[in-house]
Design a protein around this ligand. Structure first.
Ligand code: APR
Length: 310
């Protein structure tokens, strides 16, 4: 039987998610949005069905505003909420998006209680925390997308600076999805060669800084709205690893219970994603400097979570 993927939120990211899931034939796709946007997501779904003959997929795509239609979903990807406008931080979205996420969590809990859930709505770390609290789902069933995107941005910037294929850059970004995130140049390699052996510190510092501000750089260019292509791809990489039991090791926002000295917070850490969901968090021995940076990002995430009052 085909897998079923429910996309909660059918805006900029949601529509790209639907296209990617169809092109990858990951399963049938339901796009759910608020009643005012029901026709809009029905139209997007129909448009994507008409892309199938040339896109070579048999996925069925539908739009709805009724949670009953997500019943039986294997995976749920949440982008419901408002995006940033120029001059806003992700935290500025909190009061609006927390209400939306609470409602979404209730709908998912009632209708797709076994689905693996990937959250993208910002401020991301706090929204994943809230979703997990409201659903009461086991921790392996809920992750946030952030680190996968932050690492992609880091790899992309490095590849451009070094003039090498992005495929040869491996790296990881830990921590919260914001300017306090922690890229780890010490563990970055370029085709197996340690980054520090081929790149001057100045270049590394520049890339780290740009990675931390990458989302804001895009918001400033758009003026209204935030990135959508790369967040969608990053979420789809996580979803695909789960749906196909690929065993990818990806930085995801996961519930730490003692790992990295963090307790009870969702934050970006390297995760093994299999058919069991977030099967395992890998711990890395950090230097004192890296530990201090992780402490700073942890405090930033904790502050936003405290404001959620959940
Ligand atoms: N249930 C379902 N969908 C909702 C709800 C809700 N309660 N509230 C809002 N939505 C829908 C909106 O109607 C809209 O279609 O969520 C969609 C959001 O789409 P966009 O406004 O285009 O935003 P997008 O760029 O997709 O970003 C969504 O992801 O990266 C984060 O910061 C970003 O929080 C934002 C989210």
């Amino acid at each position: 039987m085909r897998k079923k993927i429910a996309l909660i939120g059918g805006g900029q990211i949601g529509q790209i998610l639907a296209m990617l899931a169809a092109q990858k034939e990951l399963g049938d796709i339901v796009i759910l949005d608020v009643p005012d946007y029901e026709n809009s997501v029905k139209g997007k779904a129909l448009d994507l069905m008409h892309m199938a003959p040339h896109g070579n997929y048999d996925s069925h795509i539908s739009g709805t505003s009724d949670y009953k239609d997500i019943r039986g979903a294997d995976a749920v990807i949440v982008t419901a909420g408002v995006p940033r406008e120029e001059g806003m931080t992700r935290e500025d979205l909190l009061s609006t998006n927390i209400k939306i996420i609470k409602g979404v969590a209730k709908g998912v809990k009632e209708n797709a209680p076994n689905a693996f859930c990937i959250i993208l709505t910002n401020p991301l770390d706090a929204m994943v925390y809230t979703f997990h609290k409201v659903t009461g789902f086991p921790k392996n069933q809920v992750v946030g997308m952030a680190g996968t995107l932050d690492t992609a941005r880091y790899r992309s910037f490095l590849a451009n600076e070094l003039g090498v294929s992005v495929a040869d850059i491996t790296g990881i970004v830990l921590g919260g999805h914001g300017p306090t995130m922690v890229p780890l140049p010490r563990l970055t390699t370029v085709g197996g060669v340690p980054l520090s052996e081929i790149a001057p510190q100045e270049l590394i510092d520049k890339v780290v800084k740009r990675t931390r501000e990458a989302g804001t750089e895009i918001v400033q260019l758009f003026g209204k709205g935030s990135a959508f292509f790369s967040p969608a791809w990053s979420a789809m990489v996580i979803a695909e690893s789960y749906l196909k039991d690929k065993g990818r090791v990806l930085p995801c926002t996961a519930l730490c219970e003692g790992e990295y000295g963090i307790n009870g917070l969702f934050i970006g850490v390297p995760c093994l994603i299999t058919a069991k969901g977030m099967e395992k968090i890998f711990e890395i021995e950090l230097t004192d400097e890296e530990k201090a940076l992780l402490e700073t990002t942890k405090d930033a995430v904790q502050k936003t979570v405290d404001e959620c009052n959940v």
